[in-house]
Design a protein. Structure first.
Ligand SMILES: O=C(O)CCC(=O)C(=O)O
Ligand SMILES: [Fe+2]
Length: 377
C-alpha cells in the first residue's frame, strides 16, 4: 500500500508559543483572532514564495498598529513569519516548481485555448449542469449512483470536451518531446501522464473544484473536509500499450478524489476499491462489504474519498486516459493532527469502536445477570 504522493503540498510544522495565542516577535506579534472588518490588500502582483491569498488572509491577524503601514512592509513582515513555518528545503522546492510552471506557460503554445477557461455549458453534460445549478442534496442525488458506500458515479463531461482535452494533452506531450523539456509526472506511481496545473490549467481546475466539486463534497463528504476543500492537484493518467499498464493498491494524497474517464477505446482498466482507512489502519483487512469493482465509462466520473483504498487493473488493449482532480483541505489536515478516533470515516476505526461497544454491553449484561442471580438467592 502506498500513499500516491504528489509534489504539491507542504504542511507547516507546528510551532509557536504553547498558549497558541500569538506568533511573532516582541511587540509585533500576530493577533490571536482576525480583525474581520479590516479589508486586506491584494498581493497578486508581487513576486512571493507563498500564495498571495495566504498574505491577504494573514493580514487580518497583523497587529493593529501595522495595518496601515505600506503594503511591501506588510508583505515583508508576513514573509518573515511564514519562513519560520516552512523548512528551507521545502521553500526551495516550491520556488523551483513555480519557476518550472512559469517557464512552460511562457513557452508552450496551447492547441485549444478555449479549454483553459471554465466554460461550464460546453464542458459539462446537461444533467450535471442542471444538478449543480439547483445545488441541493436532492438534485445531486438525482444524477448519481452510489454503488458502494462513499463512492459516487455520474455522467459529467461532454464528449467534445473530452476529445479536446485528450488532444491538448497529446499536443503538450509532443511539444515536450520536440523541445526536450523536462517533464514532471503526476505522482510517484505513474511513468506517463501529465500535470494539467503545470501547463496553464490551474485556474480552470480551481473553478472546477470550487464551483462544482466542493458543493457536492459538502453534501457527501462532510466528515473528511468536503466543505473546506481549498487546493487541488489536477492531472491526467494514461494507460495501455506503450503507457502505464496498471496502478497498484494505494490511497490518494487527497481528501476527495474526482476521476473522470476521457476515453478513448480500451478494455480492462477497472478500478478496485477496498474500504476507507486512516493512516494507522491503512493495511488492515478488507471486510466483504468493502469490496467493489468499477468499469470506467468515457465522460463519466467517479467521486470518492481520497483515503478510500483503491487501484486500477491492467488496461489490456487500446488507450485509457483519465482526468484526476485530487481535492485537498488544509483545515481537515490540520485538525486531523489533534484527533485519534476517525470512526466517522475510517472503516477499521468504526469496526473496532463497534466491537468495543459490543464487548461493553455484554460485560454489563453479564454483571446485571450475576447481580440478579445473587439477589434472587
Ligand atoms: O487509473 C485510474 O483510473 C485511477 C487513477 C488513480 O487512482 C490515481 O491516479 O490516483
Ligand atoms: Fe488514486
Amino acid at each position: 500500500m502506498s500513499q500516491n504522493g504528489s509534489l504539491e503540498r507542504s504542511v507547516p510544522q507546528q510551532r509557536g508559543p504553547s498558549n497558541g495565542e500569538e506568533v511573532g516577535e516582541g511587540s509585533s506579534r500576530l493577533r490571536a483572532s482576525p480583525k474581520r472588518d479590516h479589508k486586506p490588500e491584494n498581493y497578486d502582483d508581487l513576486q512571493l514564495e507563498f500564495s498571495p491569498l495566504v498574505f491577504s488572509a494573514l493580514e487580518q491577524y497583523m497587529p493593529h498598529h501595522m495595518l496601515s503601514i505600506a503594503r511591501d512592509d506588510k508583505a515583508q513582515y508576513m514573509r518573515n513569519i511564514l519562513h519560520r513555518y516552512l523548512p528551507e528545503s521545502e521553500r526551495i522546492r516550491i520556488l523551483k516548481h513555480k519557476e518550472y510552471r512559469q517557464k512552460i506557460i511562457l513557452n508552450y503554445p496551447p492547441l485549444h485555448k478555449e479549454i483553459y477557461c471554465m466554460d461550464a455549458e460546453n464542458f459539462f453534460s446537461p444533467s450535471f449542469l442542471r444538478a449543480i445549478k439547483e445545488n441541493t442534496e436532492a438534485s445531486f442525488k438525482s444524477i448519481m449512483a452510489e454503488p458502494c458506500g462513499g463512492i459516487y458515479t455520474f455522467e459529467m463531461l461532454q464528449p467534445q470536451f473530452c476529445e479536446m482535452l485528450v488532444s491538448e494533452v497529446e499536443h503538450f506531450e509532443r511539444w515536450v518531446r520536440e523541445t526536450k523539456f523536462r517533464i514532471m509526472r503526476p505522482n510517484t506511481m505513474n511513468k506517463y501522464g501529465v500535470v494539467l496545473d503545470d501547463f496553464g490549467m490551474e485556474t480552470m481546475l480551481d473553478r472546477l473544484m470550487n464551483d462544482f466539486i466542493r458543493p457536492i463534497s459538502q453534501v457527501f463528504f462532510p466528515e473528511i473536509g468536503g466543505s473546506s476543500l481549498d487546493s487541488h492537484h489536477g492531472f491526467v493518467v494514461e494507460y495501455g500499450i506503450n503507457r502505464d499498464v496498471e496502478l497498484g493498491f494505494h490511497v490518494d494524497d487527497a481528501e476527495v478524489s474526482l476521476n473522470i474517464c476521457l476515453g478513448k477505446q480500451f478494455s480492462g482498466g477497472e478500478l478496485f476499491f477496498r474500504g476507507v482507512r486512516c493512516d494507522e489502519h491503512i493495511n488492515s483487512e478488507t471486510q466483504p462489504e468493502e469490496i467493489f469493482d468499477y468499469s470506467h465509462v468515457p465522460g463519466h466520473a467517479i467521486l470518492h474519498c481520497g483515503r478510500h483504498r483503491h487501484g486500477a487493473r491492467p488496461t489490456t488493449s487500446g488507450n485509457r486516459i483519465n482526468l484526476l482532480l485530487w481535492c485537498r483541505s488544509s483545515t481537515f489536515r490540520e485538525l486531523k493532527k489533534y484527533q485519534r478516533d476517525f470512526s466517522s470515516w475510517c472503516g477499521e476505526c468504526r469496526r473496532r469502536k463497534k466491537e468495543k461497544e459490543h464487548l461493553t454491553v455484554n460485560a454489563i449484561k453479564e454483571e446485571l445477570l450475576k447481580r440478579g442471580i445473587k439477589s434472587a438467592s
